[in-house]
Ligand binder design. Structure first.
Ligand SMILES: Nc1ncnc2c1ncn2[C@@H]1O[C@H](COP(=O)(O)OP(=O)(O)OP(=O)(O)O)[C@@H](O)[C@H]1O
Ligand SMILES: CC(=O)N[C@H]1[C@@H]2OC[C@@H](O2)[C@@H](O)[C@@H]1O[C@H](C)C(=O)O
Length: 398
């Protein structure tokens, strides 16, 4: 037997594995690196987050990625170069943090790498009837495996679209096995660049089904406008939004986007929600005189409104869920207070109270997806079929 296949066979049979989850999200703030100890599989899965860090991208890296991320027409040469370059970079960052943590790479059973989404094109967004749901992530897995000497699973979203899904959100698959609770209705809300949630009704609630959705912009519009008008990467602690006031006419103009009324399932990205989208929506209503701080307050309110309205649509009025929040938006008090105001019946908690470090959640998701591919049966993505599927492509270091 080939030695890497033998290693894989061994890892798949271990009662517990050390898996590193890697996530480079839509905000382009850096690479989230989560070292997990994972035992069991399916509903028996348990995860212990042993270490976590976000390795921030420097300005040069961020600007280089911005050349192609979510841009519809780019240099194919850049895409080709960046696919390999980012794989190498992610491999180097893994080696760097393992050294910082005092962990030998030989102790790691595998890496689960999400990569960087450079274009997300569900049918709803690309609008070409003859084309399938499509999504593209870069940061090649072979490069990560070569750099680190560690078996690497990557490119998790392709199987989702190949099986008829929209390529996202995928966190719900993991949320269901790790966080569904017998007596509590739960919403797991992640506010990253894009906001998404998983609704986990308590099993006793036979009227409601598990649901998942990208609600629309999380931080992406706030970040992009703060960057343009204040030359900062994001609105630290919501300070700018607090100085501005929400302009209701502008808010209504933004809320007219049909995405917000589309039924589930739906997913989106910065390809749709970006600076030109803001300008177009405001131009259509003849609004051209918003003070920058009022724009930030209005965009923050847009995130609050679209998240809370999406939540209201799926939950049962009689048994309001507890909301567990993760992602960078958790650090913005204006977002948090706004959600509490709009969802007075829901208890709001930090995801840490049932899971792990809220900034690590998505990286852990990909570690669990890899664990299931190696040692489990997989996940059901079609509620009308019992067929289970696994995700990720396997790269060997040799
Ligand atoms: N102290 C803070 N105050 C306000 N906002 C913050 C703060 N810290 C982080 N954020 C926001 O969180 C964002 C990063 O969030 P996160 O890392 O969850 O996003 P992501 O994983 O890149 O996105 P996605 O989940 O959509 O892929 C930052 O760009 C910023 O907008
Ligand atoms: C295409 C893509 O990378 N989508 C991300 C992004 O970040 C949040 C939201 O948009 C979600 O749809 C998804 O990530 C999480 C991990 C998911 O698939 O559940």
């Amino acid at each position: 037997m080939n030695s890497s296949v033998q290693k894989l066979h061994h890892v798949a049979q271990k009662p517990s594995s050390k898996i590193i989850g890697l996530m480079s999200g839509t905000s382009l703030d850096g690479l989230d690196i989560a070292l997990c100890e994972i035992s069991g599989n399916g509903r028996e899965t348990t995860v212990s987050l042993e270490e976590f860090i976000t390795k921030s991208y420097d300005e040069h890296t961020k600007r280089y990625l911005q050349k192609i991320v979510s841009v519809p027409e780019v240099s194919l040469k850049n895409v080709c170069l960046q696919h390999s370059w980012l794989g190498d970079l992610h491999g180097e960052l893994v080696l760097e943090v393992l050294d910082e943590w005092g962990v030998n790479p030989t102790e790691i059973d595998c890496i689960a790498s999400h990569g960087q989404t450079i274009y997300h094109a569900p049918k709803l967004q690309h609008g070409q009837a003859d084309m399938p749901n499509a999504t593209l992530q870069i940061g090649d897995g072979d490069h990560i495996a070569q750099k680190t000497g560690i078996i690497t699973l990557s490119d998790f979203r392709q199987k989702h679209t190949a099986c008829g899904g929209q390529g996202a959100p995928m966190a719900a698959l993991v949320d269901q096995i790790l966080y569904a609770h017998n007596n509590e209705e739960r919403i797991l809300l992640n506010i990253g660049g894009i906001a998404n949630f998983t609704y986990l009704p308590a099993p006793s609630n036979t009227h409601q089904k598990t649901a998942t959705i990208d609600t629309g912009p999380g931080n992406t519009l706030i970040d992009t406008a703060v960057n343009k008008y204040f030359n900062k990467p994001f609105d630290t602690d919501g300070e700018i939004a607090q100085q501005g006031s929400v302009q209701s006419e502008a808010l209504q103009a933004l809320l007219t986007d049909p995405y917000f009324q589309q039924p589930l399932p739906k997913t989106t990205g910065p390809e749709q929600f970006n600076l030109s989208w803001i300008n177009k929506k405001l131009d259509q209503k003849g609004i051209d005189n918003l003070a920058p701080k009022d724009l930030i307050a209005t965009l923050t309110q847009l995130t609050i409104k679209t998240i809370s309205e999406s939540i209201q649509k799926v939950i049962s009025k009689n048994s309001p869920p507890t909301l567990y929040i993760s992602g960078g938006g958790l650090h913005n008090p204006v977002l948090m207070n706004g959600l509490a105001e709009q969802l007075p019946n829901c208890q709001i908690k930090n995801f840490a109270s049932i899971g792990c470090n809220p900034d690590a959640k998505e990286a852990v998701v990909f570690a669990v997806l890899a664990n299931e591919t190696l040692s489990g049966d997989g996940f059901m993505i079609d509620p009308d079929s019992s067929e289970k599927i696994t995700f990720g492509k396997i790269s060997f270091p040799d």
